[in-house]
Design a protein around this ligand. Structure first.
Ligand code: FMN
Length: 188
């Protein structure tokens, strides 16, 4: 892609775990992004308090405000998350709940890509569809294809070295980020 100004994507990670497979994916996004696309990490979902309307009434937490600003300024949002009990981890859902309450709705109209990784066979597929449902209310423009559901994660990702050891997985991620860039380019 030859663009004077690079597209800027931000990534949101749903795992808090040190040896997280999904963190390996998130940390490799910028490396795997096509030319003309930069990917930087948003702050951790760990830093966001549990959603509480009383807290909101006193003013949005600074972490939520900053996250909202970073998403609003980005050309696209990349969500990387584990699947917990066939759904979205609570910490990720909590972040999205806060973001949905911000007055300037930073996710609205934003191109969004979803990636999940799991030691299981279907790579977090069920969480992806719950996430898509949640993103309807946030009005994100979720990329349909290619889907990135990384099953049997220990054979494809190495948390020890931080690398994605499977070449097909690396290519798939690059293809997805390219598709997101095309979507963002069409909107821009
Ligand atoms: C509370 C909990 C629920 C889980 N539920 C699922 C599940 O529904 N589907 C799945 O594929 N893996 C499930 N797992 C296993 C996770 O995919 C696995 O722990 C994975 O490594 C978490 O992602 P991370 O490595 O990025 O932290 C669950 C793990 C936990 C702790």
């Amino acid at each position: 892609m030859s663009q004077a100004k690079p597209l800027k994507f931000v990534s949101l990670l749903g795992s808090l775990r040190t040896g997280s497979f999904n963190a390996v994916v998130a940390r490799n996004l910028d490396l795997l992004a096509p030319e003309g696309v930069d990917v930087s990490a948003l702050s951790s979902v760990r830093d966001i308090p549990h959603y509480d309307a009383d807290l909101q009434a006193q003013g949005f937490p600074e972490t939520v405000v900053e996250m909202g600003k970073a998403i609003a300024a980005a050309d696209g949002l990349v969500i990387v998350t584990p699947e917990y009990n066939y759904s979205v981890p609570g910490a990720m859902k909590n972040a999205l709940d806060w973001l949905s309450r911000l007055p300037d709705t930073p996710v609205a109209g934003k191109p969004v890509a979803i990636l999940t990784a799991s030691p299981g066979a279907i790579g977090g597929a069920r969480a992806q569809y719950h996430l898509r449902q949640i993103l309807v209310f946030l009005d994100g423009r979720v990329l349909n294809k290619p889907e990135v559901m990384i099953g049997q994660a220990p054979s494809r990702l190495d948390p020890e070295t931080g690398s994605i050891t499977d070449a097909d997985t690396r290519s798939l991620i690059t293809a997805q980020l390219s598709a997101l860039a095309e979507m963002a380019g069409r909107q821009g």
